[in-house]
Structure formats: C-alpha cells, structure tokens
Design a protein around this ligand. Structure first.
Ligand code: FAD
Length: 412
C-alpha cells in the first residue's frame, strides 16, 4: 500500500496494462492532458492523478479496479468533477476512473416508473429522456446540466427542489458497484425486482460516501409524475432579514413550495449583469418561490404567498407570466455561480445547513465575517431547507487574500 501522503508511482508497464483493458483512447497519461483532472470546482487545491482511465463498461471498471488492487494503487472515481469540496483530488496520485463515457440511459420502465442509467449519465439527461411521458427525475442540483448520476450518488446531492422532493437517496432504488477488490455487487432494488429487498438494506451505504466504498457503475432511479402546473414567484425585499422571515412564514403557513431560493444583493447584481433578467439592483434580497401541483390548487397558494411576502415588507412580488419566463428565472438561479466571474477571479463556496429559523442570524454572522476579513461574500442558496452557500471571493494571486479566504471559511 502507498504510505500516506506519498505519491503513487504509475509505471509505463501500468499504463500499458490499463491500455490493454480500456484501449489506448481510454487512457490519459500526458501531463498537460492530466491538468483537466487536477481538481474539481473547489479550485484552491490541486493534485494531479498519475493516470486517468475512461472505461466504457462495468467489466472494464472491474478489471481496472482489480489491477489497481493487485498493485496497491489508490483509485479515485470521478464523474463531471463539479463537486465543490475537493472530493476528487488525487491527493496521493493514483488511478482516476472517470465515468464520463458510461453515460447512457439504458432502460426506462414506464410501468414501474424507474430508469436504469449508467453512472456517467448527466443528471439532466434523465429527465430529458422521460419528460415526453410526463415524468421526471427529481433531484436537480444547480449543476445538473453537467454533473453525473454517479457523482450525485457519491455526494447525495440535493438541489432547489429538495425542499419538497428530497435528496438523491430518496430517488435511488438500487445500484451496481465495483468493490475495491474488483468484485461487482448490486445493492438495493434490482432493475427486474420489486421495491422490497431481502436481507440487509445496504442501498444507503455508498450514497454520500464520496466514492470511498467503490465505483458505482449503473443506477436504478425512481421517476415521478411531473406536476400538472407551476407558479413561480419572484419576491423583492429590502433586507435579507425580511426575506428570511418570509421563508419561515411560508413554511409555517403549511405551504411546501417545490423550491424556495434566495439571492442577496451582490449575487443578484452579478446575475443581472450576466443574464439581464430584470432583477432590481438595489434590492437587499430576492426570493424565487416555486409552487407546483394541481392547477386548481395553485392560485389560492400563490395568493397566500403574496400576502406573506407583503406582510414581510416585500417591495414587489411578481409571478412568471409563462413557461419561458419561468425557464429564464431558473436559468439565472442555476447559473448564478457562473456570474461570479464578474465579481472576482476566484471563489470558494461553503455548503452548510442551518435550521430555517436561524437564517437571519446566520446571514448577519456571514456579513460580519465579510467585514472582519475584508472579503466580499455574496449568498445564493436553498433557503427553504436552510442550505447556505456563502461564496467567498478572493484573488489567488494574492497570498494574503488566500489566507483570509481560508480563515473566514473556517469561521463560517
Ligand atoms: C455551479 C454548481 C452548482 C452546484 N449546485 C449543487 C446543488 O444545488 N446541490 C448539490 O448537492 N450540489 C451542487 N453542486 C455540487 C456538485 O455539482 C454535486 O456534488 C454533484 O453531485 C457532483 O457530481 P459530479 O458528477 O460532478 O461528481 P464529481 O465531482 O466528479 O465527484 C463527486 C464525488 O462523487 C464521487 N463519485 C463520482 N462518480 C462516482 C461513481 N461513479 N462511483 C462512486 N463515486 C463517484 C467522487 O469520487 C467524488 O467523491 C454544484 C456545483 C456547481 C459547480
């Protein structure tokens, strides 16, 4: 076994053995090509893997893992590399197994509302494959146009619609995984099985385990009926406190929106500059509130939400007038991180969850941290489930800013 912190050596013979399994076009070993795999979306730390392999089947993954086990080489499973916490860093080098060529939706079982997909399948492609039949795959991380189902399993991803529909573990019925010795197992419901599983329920074991237990190769996901109708509202508030109180009051009134998202002033300004939706530049915070369900029930709920927002001093509450406006609004929200480039060359995001009732207190704390450390910290987050994303802006060319960015991250 490679001792801790000592970089694993990948010999030419090992590269040749990997090529024999996945083909020469499935192995990346050149230094400049490996740079693509040196980090994920947490770009502050970087480690090059010794080699990257791009298998096309479970058999190829199993053969690679077995070879690595025999040679005591670390393996690092990787999807799209959009994780925000350095989970795919090859800290001691080793063999990175990127699943991006195993990206197909293999089968859709409409009668049982399930789909069998390869682990490298992009999240949004699952819904795209079934939406004509009125179904969708619910977990929708904001990175869903790039991130993979295998990565979602690795991180137990949530997203804007987690508030109502839950996270990845609530929508994965079972999966195939290659264990560290190369054995292939299926955990949970099988594609041809019923919902109940005999024996121990091990399905949850690897969900959220960041690839530590093996390489997931195929996933059986639950599909659900798409809501009949949506009403998407934009609430404009003078302060984050007022917007946070409106979040608590909406849930307190027994309304469970499909999504309840907040953007503070700094991120709203950046998003507006990038995507020109028409967000007010002087608002303290905006809320995106999406109601979904039976069309007949939504008008009443929307009226209640408008009233709650107004009671919390909302300056304006708008309802998206059609599907296109709704899509535009979501595009802005889901691409908010992409707009950060307008504010700063680098950012680190934290991803923490607090009880909804603590949102105002936490947002004030983040503001104080920002002042204390002299770094700007915009916030865009899943307010309904108290899932915060303070984005700490810094410039990596300035070592003191890097130091302060790490220190303020610790504090938060
Ligand atoms: C702009 C942006 C918005 C985001 N929004 C959200 C959000 O709303 N909600 C959210 O939860 N996250 C969000 N994220 C974080 C990230 O997109 C998710 O964690 C996503 O699930 C990672 O998927 P990936 O395919 O990129 O996985 P990677 O980053 O490649 O890997 C993530 C982890 O999963 C493991 N892994 C990957 N594939 C496999 C596999 N086949 N078998 C076993 N382990 C595997 C890796 O080893 C690693 O530990 C966002 C990221 C960005 C950049």
């Amino acid at each position: 076994m490679t001792p801790p912190h000592e970089t694993a050596v990948i010999t030419p013979a090992m590269v040749a053995a990997l090529c024999a399994i996945v083909g020469t076009d499935g192995v990346i070993a050149g230094d400049d090509e490996l740079l693509v795999y040196e980090c994920d979306a947490y770009t502050l730390e970087k480690h090059l893997p010794g080699v990257v392999v791009l298998p096309r089947s479970t058999e190829e993954v199993a053969a690679v893992v077995k070879l690595c086990a025999e040679h005591h080489l670390p393996i690092i499973p990787r999807g799209a590399g959009t994780s925000l916490s350095g989970t795919v860093l090859a800290v001691t080098g080793g063999v990175m197994i990127a699943l991006t060529r195993m990206n197909r939706v293999l089968e859709v079982d409409y009668r049982n509302r399930r789909a069998l997909v390869e682990a490298g399948c992009v999240n949004a492609w699952v819904t795209n494959a079934v939406k004509s039949q009125g179904l969708f795959y619910a977990p929708d991380p904001s990175s869903q146009s790039a991130c993979t189902i295998g990565g979602n399993v690795g991180t137990n991803s949530g997203g804007p619609h987690t508030l109502k529909y839950g996270v990845t573990t609530n929508h994965v019925l079972g999966y195939e995984m290659v264990l560290p010795d190369g054995e292939v197992v299926w955990l949970g419901t099988t594609p041809d099985g019923g919902e109940d599983v005999d024996g121990y329920d091990l399905r949850g074991a690897a969900i959220g385990s960041e690839g530590m237990f093996g390489v997931v190769t195929r996933v059986l996901v639950r599909l659900i009926r798409a809501p009949q109708a949506f009403k998407t509202l934009l609430g404009v508030f003078e302060t984050v406190d007022d917007a946070s109180q409106a979040v608590s009051d909406i849930i307190g009134a027994g309304i469970v929106p499909g999504a309840l998202e907040m953007m503070d002033q700094l991120i709203t300004q950046a998003v507006e500059a990038a995507y020109h939706f028409g967000f007010p530049l002087d608002a303290g915070a905006v809320l995106i509130i999406e109601l979904d369900g039976l069309a007949a029930s939504l008008d009443k709920q929307a009226a209640q939400v408008v009233e709650i927002c107004r009671k919390n001093r909302a300056r304006d509450v708008r309802i998206a007038k059609d599907d296109q406006e709704r899509a535009e609004l979501w595009k802005c929200r889901k691409r908010a991180f992409g707009a950060i480039g307008r504010l700063s060359p680098n950012f680190i995001t934290q991803d923490g969850v607090v009880p909804r009732s603590k949102l105002p207190e936490m947002m004030r704390f983040i503001q104080r941290c920002s002042e204390e450390y002299g770094l700007r910290i915009p916030n865009v987050f899943h307010a309904g489930d108290g899932n915060l994303h303070p984005l700490i802006l810094y410039d990596e060319r300035d070592p003191d800013q890097v130091r302060r960015a790490l220190a303020v991250s610790d504090d938060i």
